[in-house]
Design a protein around this ligand. Structure first.
Ligand code: ADP
Ligand code: MG
Length: 698
């Protein structure tokens, strides 16, 4: 068998292939475009397109697609064949530079939040040469951005690239102030850890809730859940093992650096973590990973559930966004340095993140808000909906000493006057294993843990990059005009700590006492649900900041706010309708049938022996009848709340209505139906139970 090193990236038009297939002039121009964003000449584009096509055809590809990330959160593709008719009736395989650079999908059905009226249906896709093209199946996929003709971003990639550029601009100003003249750019790197559930496909096929909504809407608690903690890092079952091996191979062929895999806390829950990459590529790769996870599962007669909360009562799934800043020379700006001088720079970048997270708690919360993720954040599992930062004791003590201008009583006792000359060395904090913090410093990177498992990581990184760019901008504005750099630096760091230390919390984020402390004493935001936070996307302070860095226009933000709320409405409405369907057509008939069989068995017994009490049957029949009445009632009530929604009206008001009327009605229906499940004989229950689903894969 071929070794991994041999086939890794074999489906990617990467640097190796470019070098091998392009003339040195074309290669140099393309490289300049990739590294420095230089405009690409059409003759170069033509040469690249031909090389790409020849390479793809040699690998069996017949089609190409502009692969993009519309605001639906998944990727979109429209396949075009390479074929072109030749005069003699044959076809030749063709692909031009124009086709590579720009596409015009008929995109009227993608959400645009009013940015593009449907009569001007055409948006266009534009090649992103910084993310390599790859072959999926028989199609050459070209990563692209998706915009309207007016230039408004209709996707997630465009603002992500803009936010990376904004951060680069501001971070470079800071590096220059510290005398760094060699770095050419600063990039953000991201390693997203992806959680998922794996269940049997035959069982999945019997559950309308999983099919329509990706999560279970009914299901009584099984005798065993995650109580024993025996799944986390446990031995991987053979079927899952085979799946994971296959998945790794598929991802490796696509150049995705899938590295770590293990069982997670809940039964049937697993995790995959890649090695970190530049944010733009990490985002593309995460989208690809989610897609391949589902595809490979099907081959193993499994289904991969990416929903944030597929099962009530056991942990949901998230995505940990490990994030750091590096220069093109490879230096990580979030690594505490070897010298006091480097440490001063490190502390400034650290403070920039602290300030950013405090100033834009709302944007970070918004960036992870979906109907699915509402089941995790602010519900009974970590992390909470309140954004805070874990720094660890050591760094917190250092910042504390700087703020109070007091001696730092850590491992090295010395005055923390933060001139670069006198700042002491400090060891990296290695104590972090706080799993409850939404935003944790982990030695040389921050780990943002609020992301939902099914969501694109783009939005979270757009907000993070932009907010940090804004902190750095403010710092650079001060430092560039300072008469004494060291004094100004010291004051900036001290003032940041003073003003923003409320966001630092090293304790248990899961604790109810923390939520009280955070909201009542520290004034931190606690937006528990999507309708609570989403309207703040267009708050004046947020629009101003995002606009000033060229990340979003006001119209783009309004559109996103609208689309996200609409998405919330639609998601919950589909769930409600699915519940009504399952209750009416599956659960009620099943319980009714079982009740009838119990009643008829009692009647038969009585006919044979009239003296029998049949109290078991009587009690059961009366309980079940009581429950069917309540299910029918709850179902009617739910239908009623759904019918009262007035869609196009005002999305914010409707989102609140969904949250305050539809979701509670769904919960009521579920509670009675789950109770009925516990009283109904297994053979009568119309679909696989929690026990079947969670422990069904061997
Ligand atoms: P955990 O203990 O949280 O599982 P790991 O050390 O396994 O942490 O790393 C988790 C993720 O963080 C991986 O995707 C890894 O590549 C990524 N990572 C490591 N260093 C960095 C960094 N400097 N910047 C961004 N991501 C990083
Ligand atoms: Mg982690």
């Amino acid at each position: 068998m071929e070794s991994v090193a041999d086939y890794f990236g074999c489906m990617v038009f990467d640097d190796r292939v470019m070098r091998a297939t392009l003339s040195s002039d074309v290669y140099r121009s393309l490289k300049k475009t990739i590294d420095q964003g230089a405009q690409l000449d059409i003759s170069v584009a033509n040469a690249v397109a031909t090389a790409m096509k020849d390479w793809a055809v040699s690998k069996g590809a017949t089609h190409y697609t502009h692969w993009f990330q519309p605001l639906t959160g998944i990727t979109a593709e429209k396949h075009d064949g390479f074929i072109s008719p030749a005069p003699d009736g044959r076809v030749i395989m063709e692909f031009s530079g124009k086709e590579l650079i720009k596409g015009e999908p008929d995109a009227s059905s993608f959400p645009s939040g009013g940015l593009r009226a449907t009569f001007e249906a055409r948006g266009y896709t534009a090649w992103d040469p910084t993310s390599y093209a790859f072959i999926k199946g028989k199609t050459l996929c070209i990563p692209t951005a998706f915009c309207s003709y007016g230039g408004e971003a209709l996707d997630k990639k465009t603002p992500l690239l803009r936010s990376m550029e904004a951060l680069n601009r501001q971070a470079m100003r800071i590096l220059r102030l510290f005398g760094n003249t060699s770095a050419k750019c600063v990039r953000t790197s991201v390693g997203p850890e992806q959680e998922y559930f794996l269940i049997d496909k035959d069982m999945y096929a019997k559950r309308k809730d999983l099919i329509y909504t990706g999560r279970t809407l009914f299901g009584a608690k099984p005798p065993k859940g995650q109580e024993l903690d025996d799944h986390y890092f446990g031995a991987i079952k053979p079927r899952v093992e085979a799946y994971m091996a296959d998945l790794d191979e598929e991802l490796w062929k696509l150049g995705v650096l899938a590295k770590t895999k293990h069982n997670e806390v809940a039964p049937a829950q697993h995790e995959l973590a890649p090695i970190y990459k530049t944010t733009n590529i990490a985002t593309d790769h995460n989208q690809l990973t989610m897609e391949i996870m589902q595809k490979v599962a099907a081959k193993h007669n499994l289904v991969c559930l990416l929903h944030e909360k597929p099962f009530a009562g056991v942990n949901g799934s998230g995505k940990h966004n490990n994030w750091s800043l590096t220069t093109d020379k490879g230096g990580n700006l979030l690594t505490p340095g070897e010298t006091p001088y480097e440490n001063a720079q490190f502390l400034l970048f650290l403070c920039a993140v602290i300030k950013a997270v405090d100033d834009y708690q709302d944007l970070l919360r918004i960036s992870v808000a979906t109907a699915g993720n509402d089941h995790r954040l602010g519900a009974n599992e970590a992390p909470p909906a309140v954004v805070s930062i874990f720094l660890g004791d050591e760094l917190t003590a250092i910042l504390d000493a700087i703020e109070k201008e007091a001696p730092y009583s850590g491992k090295k006792k010395s005055q923390m006057k933060l001139g670069v000359d006198v700042l002491p060395l400090f060891p990296k904090d290695t104590t972090d294993r706080n799993r409850t913090s939404p935003f944790a410093f982990t030695g040389n990177k921050f780990e943002f843990r609020m992301l939902g498992s099914s969501d694109s990581i783009a939005c979270a990184n757009i907000m993070l990059n932009s907010a940090v760019a804004e902190s750095l901008r403010q710092y650079a504005d001060v430092l560039e005009h300072a008469s004494d750099f060291n004094d100004a630096l010291h004051a900036l760091i001290r003032d940041t700590v003073k003003k923003h230390k409320r966001i630092i919390f090293n304790g248990n984020g899961y604790d109810a006492a923390w939520i009280k402390e955070a909201t009542e004493n520290r004034g931190l935001l606690n937006y528990r649900t999507t309708p609570d936070c989403m309207p703040h996307l267009t708050d004046e302070k947020n629009v101003r900041m995002l606009k000033s860095h060229g990340v979003y226009s006001e119209a783009e933000l309004k559109a996103r706010c609208e689309i996200n709320l609409e998405n919330y409405l639609k998601t919950v409405t589909i769930e409600a309708n699915t519940m009504i369907y399952m209750a009416t057509r599956e659960i009620l008939p099943a319980v009714e049938k079982y009740t009838a069989s119990v009643a008829s068995s009692a009647a038969k017994k009585k006919a044979l022996a009239p003296e029998l009490a049949c109290s078991y049957e009587h009690t059961l029949v009366s309980s079940l009848s009581g429950l069917t009445d309540r299910i029918a009632e709850a179902c009617a009530k739910l239908s009623d709340t759904v019918a009262k929604l007035k869609y196009a009206y005002d999305v914010t008001a409707e989102a609140y209505a969904i949250r305050d009327t539809v979701i509670p009605a769904m919960n009521e229906l579920r509670a009675v139906a789950d109770e009925a499940e516990t009283l109904t004989a297994s053979e009568y229950w119309p679909f696989p139970t929690y026990g079947d689903l969670l422990f069904g894969v061997k």
